[in-house]
Design a protein around this ligand. Structure first.
Ligand SMILES: C[S@@+](CC[C@H](N)C(=O)[O-])C[C@H]1O[C@@H](n2cnc3c(N)ncnc32)[C@H](O)[C@@H]1O
Length: 210
């Protein structure tokens, strides 16, 4: 079967992409890891001993990057709807974050640990219908925000992928109530044509949104 123009373009871009090549040579599971690396280096969001939650973790590039940055100390607790081959030092739960039973199981895994950093790189399976994809993505962002609200320690950090489109401005406005500082980041490894940006929210103000 002939490949569509867009999938041929994707394959060509993928195999000539410097981040894909680097990920392969550095033993990282995704080019997405370099988006996080840029923020780790620029914004210093990680320190040894931290407790970090990684939502939408598969295939595992961010979890690997966090584990490396934390060294031997600290915890990485990850979740994805897809299975993820294990990474030493990363606790993983497979399940749909939108389901209450999965959320409850994940919360039990986090237990009483106060979380320093919540990451969400979750993105829905794209249907190609922009309004549907945008609504699904915003829903995941809201769930991640609510999880962070429940588990972050005061002063903690939340980093979330958000698609620019309907609901974006309201979502960011809401984040600004909950965090001392909210900064938009578009890392170099994020494709220019993608509407994704990362909201980096620092200084969690517990109870501020109530
Ligand atoms: C861009 S990928 C994450 C890549 C990852 N940060 C890495 O570096 O390997 C987005 C992930 O979000 C996950 N995801 C989407 N919807 C989800 C849901 N409802 N519950 C849990 N994970 C979800 C997808 O399965 C996918 O693995």
């Amino acid at each position: 079967m002939a490949r569509s123009k867009s999938s041929s373009r994707w394959l060509k871009e993928h195999f000539s992409d410097p981040f894909v090549k680097r990920a392969q040579s550095e033993g990282l599971r995704s080019r997405a890891a370099y988006k996080l690396e840029e923020l780790i280096e620029r914004d210093r969001i990680l320190a040894p001993g931290m407790v970090v939650v990684d939502l939408g973790a598969a295939p595992g590039g961010w979890s690997q990057m966090v584990r490396r940055a934390l060294g031997r100390h600290g915890d990485v607790i990850a979740l994805d709807i897809l299975d993820m081959p294990s990474i030493p030092g990363v606790e993983f739960l497979q399940g749909d974050f939108r389901e209450e039973s999965v959320l409850a199981a994940f919360e039990a895994m986090v237990g009483g640990r106060a979380v320093d950093l919540v990451l969400s790189d979750m993105a829905p399976n794209m249907s190609g219908v922009e309004s549907v994809d945008q609504a699904r993505s915003m829903h995941l962002c809201e769930l991640a925000r609510d999880f962070a609200e429940q588990h972050l320690k005061p002063g903690g950090t939340f980093l979330v992928k958000v698609f620019q489109g309907v609901g974006f401005d309201d979502y960011v406005r809401d984040l600004r109530k909950r965090y001392t500082k909210v900064t938009m980041r578009k890392p170099k490894a994020s494709r220019a044509r993608s509407p994704e940006v990362y909201a980096l929210c620092t200084g969690f103000r517990a109870g501020a949104a109530k």
